[in-house]
Design a protein around this ligand. Structure first.
Ligand SMILES: [Cu+2]
Length: 291
């Protein structure tokens, strides 16, 4: 009797804690496939889910095609010189020091190769660095050691912490997503231009989602931007990519890409304000209101 009285508040406390965890875990979003995550023993880049990442992969392949012949050519030259111009096989070395045609060639040819590469990298940089008109604007702040998200048009704000191993199942994640999955997710609509304003509150962090081909340092006191437009609904993971202190490895990033309807419903559940909602959202809301 005495004991049950003594433990009653404790038990009640546990009950509240369990309910709180469950309600946090159950964000009422549909079941989404995990699309953007590292794969064991893979060596190439992640499968792309934005036009930006497809361009990055194209560049990666293009550079590989250029680098491989150059490396083979230089290696062959080196072997040729080692074999035919060592002291034994060539005891009397030639004494000339200049050869104008060769010097012109080894200046002009690399310059042409670099110009050819620039033809592809400069447009890619433009695509990444020139922000489109935002359908969704989110301010991301890196902090030791978690992320803060602010949906600037809707007054929605929350933090994002890594899940411990024993919390993964509660939040609907499998065990292998340890060090990637977080308690909350940045939710965005599919096929929409998302502009992120990236900053930090203490030291430099870096926000990235490899499958989207985006990475941006968050620097205290500065506001940098990145954008992406994800073309499939799913869950995508990233990790802080700027060494930011002892728990740098423990501040991963989770993004959930959902349909426009699901996104608006999610915003409503977060207590969003819609006074400054953009046009594409208003259309959805008028349809919902007239139904
Ligand atoms: Cu960090």
């Amino acid at each position: 009797m005495y004991f049950s009285k003594a433990f009653a508040p404790l038990a009640a406390g546990f009950a509240v804690l369990t309910i709180a965890t469950q309600s946090r875990a159950d964000d009422q979003l549909p079941d989404l496939p995990v699309l953007g995550a590292p794969v064991p023993s893979a060596t190439s880049l992640q499968t792309p889910y934005t036009s930006l990442m497809r361009e990055v992969i194209f560049l990666d392949n293009l550079l590989l095609l250029i680098i491989v012949p150059i490396t083979l050519f230089v290696t062959a030259l080196l072997i040729y010189v080692i074999v035919f111009y060592n002291r034994r096989s060539n005891p009397e070395p030639a004494r000339f020091t200049h050869n104008t045609p060769i010097e012109v060639a080894w200046t002009v040819v690399p310059a042409l190769i670099l110009m050819f590469i620039a033809l592809f990298t400069f447009p890619a940089l433009r695509h990444q660095q020139i922000m489109p008109e935002a359908d969704v604007t989110i301010k991301v702040t890196g902090l030791q050691w978690y992320w803060d998200y602010e949906y600037v048009d809707h007054g929605v704000q929350f933090s994002q912490f890594m899940l411990e191993r024993d919390e993964l199942a509660d939040f609907g994640y499998t065990d292998d997503l340890y060090l990637l999955a977080t308690d909350t997710a940045m939710v965005v609509p599919v096929n929409r231009d998302i502009v992120l304003q990236v900053t930090a509150g203490d030291v430099i962090h870096s926000w990235t989602i490899p499958a989207f081909g985006v990475k941006q340092d968050g620097i205290p006191g500065r506001l940098a931007e990145l954008w992406f437009n994800a073309d499939e609904e799913g869950i995508y993971f990233g990790q802080c990519s700027e060494l930011c202190g002892i728990n740098h490895a423990y501040m991963p990033i989770t993004v959930k890409v959902v349909s426009e309807e699901e996104y608006i419903a999610w915003l409503e559940r977060q207590g969003a304000e819609f006074a400054s909602a953009p046009g594409w959202m208003r259309q959805h809301m008028q349809v919902a209101a007239s139904e």
